[in-house]
Design a protein. Sequence first.
Length: 363
Amino acid sequence: MLETMGDTRMDEQEETDSEFDNKGSRLLGYGTLYILALEDPSGGRVPPFYKIGVTTGPLSRRVRSLQTGNPFRIIVTHHVEMDGCEVVEKTLHEMFSKNRRILEWFSLTDLELEEAIEKAHELKNEFEDLVSQVRDLDLISNVTAPIQPTEESVSLYQEALNLESQKIRLGLRRAILRSELEGMTHGSRGIDGITKVMIYDSKTTFKIRNLKSQYPDIYEKFMTARKRSTSLKLLNVPTKSTFTVEFEKMKKSKKDSISKEDAEMTSSTIERNQEAIDLHSEYIALSADIGDVKRDLRVLTLKMKVICGDAEGIIGICEYKRDEKRAFDKTFFEVEYPDLYSSLKADSPRRRVFQVSKSRDYI
């Protein structure tokens, strides 16, 4: 029996809130956003591929690391140093998701490259002051009681709820397309350039839940690591089930695709047809639209945090959590209790992973 998982499958668990986690201070950190291009030392033609990424170290060192094994010379087309560089990077990736070729490499025309550079500076100006304020606010430990809503916070809240509704509707439609593509893929290793099915064999891993249930005192002894956690949670947001028609279609398409998973799998890849190409094109377009919505929500989140200040939220609108949580120190535990660590390992089930390509390399 295979355990099924995927990169974009939407689960059916309802959510009562919307939480924006900035993953600590990493996304708000200072660094360099860069756009890299390829150049043929012999003067030959190279594909118009550009890498949009960030580094917190010297840009020259990053370029050298990428140059290893690359037949083309990597050159810096543009770079800008800023606060919140990873927020801007993520936004640009979402903005140009239709142009993604592989990982962080995008196929851009001269006009699109110019647009990306202009957008980077626009986002720098838009984000930098907000990011600087939020980074300091995230570190506050002694928070005060929730504050009363203001006209500004209510307006931002309504805008956020509308964006949440858009995100859910777009996400449900994308989930339906994903299930349809999965149904077309059944029995094969994927549709050429569009989908891929991978089988991961069972592997033995340490199960922390077994330690917690069988040896609670030892588990507690190694809850020594500290992890800073910050998030802003919107209250009373719509859920997937709010949109009844789309939600039921999503559940049905998911059920239909799962019913085909048990078909005997071959090692072959299916040749893509026009139907699959059309579904894939819409899937990628929806991903770009979802990225736009997430970008706008990200900006609203920063603004909400600034309004909250040192308060733990806004009554009836949001909760601004700033916690330092304990975490299990697995490395230290393995050193201190090597035999117990080994005895608590267990085999994970064999997994079937279905993926939809984020780019259209076949164009």
